[in-house]
Write a protein that binds this ligand. Structure first.
Ligand SMILES: NC(=O)c1ccc[n+]([C@@H]2O[C@H](COP(=O)([O-])OP(=O)(O)OC[C@H]3O[C@@H](n4cnc5c(N)ncnc54)[C@H](O)[C@@H]3O)[C@@H](O)[C@H]2O)c1
Length: 391
């Protein structure tokens, strides 16, 4: 049994999801020889850290994240703070030799993501990134179908994350809407779209991109530190300016010749969590959406019998990767939090074996180079090439 000591920094939404997932490891992955020990959690809001300690059964809680890095019992650190703190914590954790699972986008800007990847590589630590949608059993299965050639050569890819989490203009002006804390939808939702495109099709060569801010003003919060603007302000009269983008649209040319469109939006109506892809090849096509993450639409071309051709619905079942860790039955559904449990298991498996696995910071850096090309295209209004990785 490999015992791994856990520290989590930032006990908002994601801090809770990570902590719950670490607690799931000895249960869901009981036969894998990994024991996660929840040592210490940190939040700048000391009361929130204390509440998380008792809720998730950490041994200790602190209001100073440096205590997590300094703790000799901590082997790995989950970074679940706002993006503008990621790099500083990564620098300290890497210097202390801790392995790191950082939430996307890994840093405040694409440049910080690239710096984080370099720091981790120099320090020789193992890294992982919160690209959780990869881990849906049917997404992993879709990848296998494509790898074994069931779709033929991939010609088209459409990826999107259309989300309405900020569609209410009465939602607070939290850090997510402040360019000082990083880009908006390009940092928040688009990294998932780009990572999924890499998993399914591969890297992007060139992009042309646009952006829009549909809700330019929001109520200024008083003393609120959580970043999810779910609660609408009722008594706020002071308004502030949204300084980053609500929407990003991208036309993409993939390295393998496939043509793509990518979109992300945080203020859209109708779509709740439409993190989706449609991929077409010379022999068939696949569609998947997070809103129906336990269903995969698969079309296989049949030249002999075109009358019966069409999409069929495959339901998640024990023969798809990791489904059986949650339940043994066909058609009984996994949830969003289960994807985080799979991600955290894959991270701990990498730490237990001492082997870097995917998606580490190199995967976040690949996304960051594409984000840089998007930002350049916003300014130039032209196609921009994605930089090659530095050697
Ligand atoms: N992978 C996903 O599906 C997903 C979903 C949501 C958020 N995220 C990412 O997770 C991260 C956190 O997002 P969230 O929605 O949980 O935000 P949140 O605002 O709910 O939580 C952030 C927490 O960090 C704490 N914090 C702020 N400064 C701190 C400091 N100096 N030291 C310690 N704690 C500090 C805050 O008090 C808060 O509790 C972001 O990077 C975001 O991009 C990922």
């Amino acid at each position: 049994m490999t015992q791994i000591g856990i520290g989590v920094i930032g006990m908002g939404w994601m801090g809770g999801v990570h902590s719950r997932a670490y607690n799931q490891i000895p249960d869901r992955f009981h036969d894998q020889g990994i024991e996660s020990r929840l040592i210490v959690c940190a939040d700048a809001d000391g009361a929130r850290a204390d509440a998380a300690r008792s809720r998730f059964r950490f041994q200790r809680a602190t209001a100073d994240w440096h205590d997590v890095i300094a703790d000799p019992e901590v082997d790995v650190v989950s970074i679940t703070t706002p993006n503008d703190l990621h790099l500083e914590i990564i620098r300290a954790a890497a210097a202390a030799g801790k392995h790191i699972l950082c939430e996307k986008p890994v840093g405040k800007t694409p440049e910080e993501t690239l710096e984080a990847a370099e720091i981790a590589q120099r320090a020789g630590i193992l890294t992982f990134v919160g690209f959780n949608y990869r881990w849906a059993p049917l997404v992993q299965y879709a990848r296998r179908l494509i790898e074994r050639g069931d779709l033929g050569e991939i010609t088209h890819y459409r990826g999107r994350f259309l989300n309405g989490y900020a569609r209410d203009a009465r939602g607070y002006l939290t850090w997510r809407f402040d360019i000082g804390h990083g880009y908006g939808t390009l940092s928040d939702l688009m990294p998932h779209v780009l990572d999924m495109a890499h998993l399914i099709v591969g890297p992007i060569d060139a992009v042309v991109a646009n952006r829009a801010t549909f809700i330019p003003q929001r109520p200024v919060p008083t003393g609120l530190t959580v970043g999810n603007p779910l609660g609408a302000a009722t008594d706020q009269t002071t308004m502030g300016t949204v300084t980053n983008e609500d929407y990003v649209g991208v036309l993409a040319r993939f390295g393998n010749g496939a043509q793509g469109t990518l979109e992300a939006c945080r203020v859209i109506n109708g779509s709740a969590a439409d993190m989706s892809f449609e991929v077409h090849g010379t022999r068939g096509a696949i569609k998947w959406s997070l809103e129906r993450m336990n269903e995969l639409q698969v079309q296989r071309r049949s030249d002999e019998n075109p009358a019966d051709e069409g999409y069929t619905t495959v339901l998640s079942g024990p023969w798809h990767p990791h489904h059986a860790d949650f339940n043994p039955a066909w058609g009984l559904n996994l949830s969003y939090d289960d994807l985080k449990s799979i991600e955290i298991f894959e991270f701990l498996r990498s730490v237990a074996s001492g082997t870097q696995s995917d998606p580490g910071f190199a995967a976040a850096a690949a996304v960051a180079r594409e984000q840089q090309a998007v930002v350049t295209s916003w300014a130039s209004d032209r196609w921009e090439r994605v930089a090659s990785p530095a050697r």
